[in-house]
Design a protein around this ligand. Structure first.
Ligand code: S3P
Length: 184
């Protein structure tokens, strides 16, 4: 496959989707294909706070986590790019659901891509992932959140159906090709 070079894409690419949809992994692989940087918002929050998002929610509540999340997102959005390289940002599952975060991303002309994975696939990964996800403690809670959020995820610019039988490589190639086509 011809890999796209970073300057062929718009600078900021934002990967959104439910917990377990594969945001972090996809962002890393797309960044590798585009030869640019991947940023994982949850990872940055963990580094800054010395606590994982799940631990922050457990200890200080969801509102406090959302405050930190928006602050960190704002920093990521305002960082200088320095060169012509694109940057791929993987959000947490709830980041895009807040209007203030969507505004921040839109202000910075981010191209948003929704990894639309079926609930069962997300739930299977949530269960086996080992990360503490206090907002998806049981299947009923996760399913409700998943249903509530779909209309907000649908506000993304691009929607990518993630199938159980689709490989990571296939997903990422599809993203890169879509980005290239759109930037022609
Ligand atoms: C959350 C998803 C998590 C993390 C936090 C809240 C959510 O990220 O940000 O636990 O509200 O969906 P992942 O989507 O990477 O699991």
């Amino acid at each position: 496959m011809n890999t796209a070079t970073a300057h062929e894409t718009r600078k900021l690419i934002v990967i959104i989707g439910f917990m377990g949809s594969g945001k972090t992994t996809v962002a890393r692989e797309v960044a590798r294909l585009l030869n640019c940087r991947a940023v994982d918002l949850d990872e940055l929050i963990s580094q800054r706070e010395n606590l994982s998002p799940g631990e922050i929610i457990e200890q200080s509540g969801e509102d406090e986590f959302r405050r930190i999340e928006t602050e960190t997102l704002s920093q990521v959005m305002n960082e200088e790019f320095g060169d012509s390289h694109a940057r791929i940002v993987a959000l947490g599952g709830g980041t895009w659901t807040l209007q203030r975060n969507r505004d921040l991303i839109n202000e910075h002309m981010g191209t948003t891509i929704w990894l639309d994975a079926p609930f069962d696939l997300c739930w299977q990964r949530i269960q086996t992932g080992g990360e503490g996800r206090p907002l998806a403690r049981d299947e009923a809670q996760a399913r409700m959140l998943y249903a509530q959020r779909r209309s907000q995820y649908a506000l993304a610019e691009l929607q990518l159906q993630i199938g159980r039988n689709q490989s990571l490589a296939e997903t990422c190639v599809e993203i890169v090709e879509t980005l290239r086509t759109r930037n022609r």
